[in-house]
Write a protein that binds this ligand. Structure first.
Ligand SMILES: [Zn+2]
Length: 405
């Protein structure tokens, strides 16, 4: 006997409410974490009193839910079972009828299902916290500068890959500004560089970050030792490099990832040198500057992998950032490309467990959307529901909250 519940409650969404918390202090709104400007969330007050159908329900003692007739983006309409934190089944519509009390059921026709996001550039030691990101639709993130103690912090429910402090010269960036509190690990000499890489690797670092372009900085020999040691430990090297000369130097040194799309217009040679490597977008951290957007367009055309990243902490929207999505569209990414940059590509690159394209056996970290993100990528910042490891997240003050430019 089937006793599964069918639940589809209508819940009023608070839009543009006056109770929006102010974003916390950001990494150096004067110095700028990475040279960007600090602009808080942009929102208008329209739509107050709007209502929308929001699939929310209390699973109670149940183990999971069947999303009936949901459109899995890239696959089509399916019945998707989320159970015990995993995507248990992706089946033809009508084929996954639950026959036990362990599963609730949700009529999700008209809704679209995509993986939750991965933000490849955040600073959680500086602002916000892991639950807040999860509420906003982020399943995993890469923290690209935090003090050593952050390795021992619990970041559930987020999967957080850490690089720890940047390895930098004595007195180098960012130790004299926003990063004075341990966001840089100061070293001198190739032996000290190698020891620093080893120390971070043993603490669990998933990447090594290196600032270039601000004196004092590591010498070429020190940079070479850093890259060699990181690669020997199977760790990618991420460079903060905003100028053409620094991005070029990073490529020559074998650096794998640009932490930001550079701001200064890149030469054709530099763009070509980044073919086959990786760039993290962070376009809104620099105000969506035309030069930055053009650099990303050219890097992508040259075959550079693009990962979605916000530089959260320097930017102020904890969740999926509608401003970043808009700038990515300006740089030529369509909905499918943005989804790839925020899900499949970073999941593979950073080796996040169980994330990436939706598949049976993967983590049940998903977004429900009320429009097709392939036609309108802005909907990605407005999920009607967020599940992280199968847990419905509380409504975020950013996600789906009517943020519009
Ligand atoms: Zn940053």
């Amino acid at each position: 006997m089937r006793t599964a519940l069918v639940l589809a409650l209508t819940v009023p969404l608070a839009r543009g409410c006056g109770g929006v918390p102010a974003p916390p202090a950001t990494p150096g709104s004067d110095a700028g974490d990475d040279g960007g400007s600090s602009s808080g969330p942009r929102r208008d007050g329209s739509g107050e009193g709007d209502e929308a159908t929001l699939p929310r329900f209390d699973l109670g003692a149940r183990d999971g839910v069947v999303l009936r007739g949901v459109t899995v983006v890239g696959l089509g309409a399916r019945d998707v079972t989320l159970r015990e934190g995993l995507v248990a089944r992706i089946a033809a519509v009508g084929a996954a009828a639950p026959d036990d009390d362990a599963l609730a059921e949700l009529d999700a026709r008209g809704q679209y299902l995509v993986p939750a996001f991965i933000d490849s550039h955040v600073h959680l030691a500086y602002a916000f916290d892991a639950p807040t990101l999860a509420h906003g639709g982020v399943a995993a993130a890469v923290d690209l500068a935090a003090p050593l103690g952050f390795f021992a912090t619990d970041h559930a429910p987020l999967q957080l890959a850490l690089c720890g402090p940047m390895i930098t010269a004595v007195g180098g960036y960012p130790t004299q500004g926003w990063g004075a509190g341990g966001f840089g690990l100061e070293v001198e000499g190739v032996d000290a560089v190698r020891q620093a890489v080893d120390q971070l690797a043993e603490l669990g670092a998933r990447a090594i970050k290196l600032p270039l372009g601000d004196a004092p900085e590591l010498s070429d020999a020190e940079v070479a030792a850093l890259v060699e040691r990181a690669h020997a430990r199977d760790l990618p090297v991420v460079a903060h490099a905003l100028a053409d000369a620094d991005a070029s130097r990073a490529a020559d040194a074998g650096v794998d990832v640009l932490a930001h799309t550079p701001v200064e217009p890149l030469s054709d040679d530099t763009v070509a040198a980044w073919q086959g490597r990786t760039v993290i977008s962070t376009l809104d951290a620099f105000g969506g500057a035309a030069s930055t957007i053009d650099n990303l367009r050219r890097l992508r055309a040259a075959g550079t992998r693009v990962l979605y990243g916000t530089d959260l902490g320097n930017t102020g929207i904890p969740g999926i950032d509608p401003n970043e999505l808009g700038h990515l569209v300006s740089a030529g990414l369509d909905g499918a490309a943005i989804l790839a940059a925020a899900t499949a590509e970073p999941a593979a690159f950073w080796r996040f467990d169980g994330l990436g394209p939706l598949r049976e056996g993967g983590r049940a970290s998903v977004l429900l959307l009320d429009r097709d993100p392939l036609r309108d990528p802005s909907v990605l910042a407005e999920p009607t529901a967020v599940y992280i490891d199968g847990e419905l997240q509380p409504k975020s003050w950013t996600a789906g909250d009517g943020i519009k430019d």
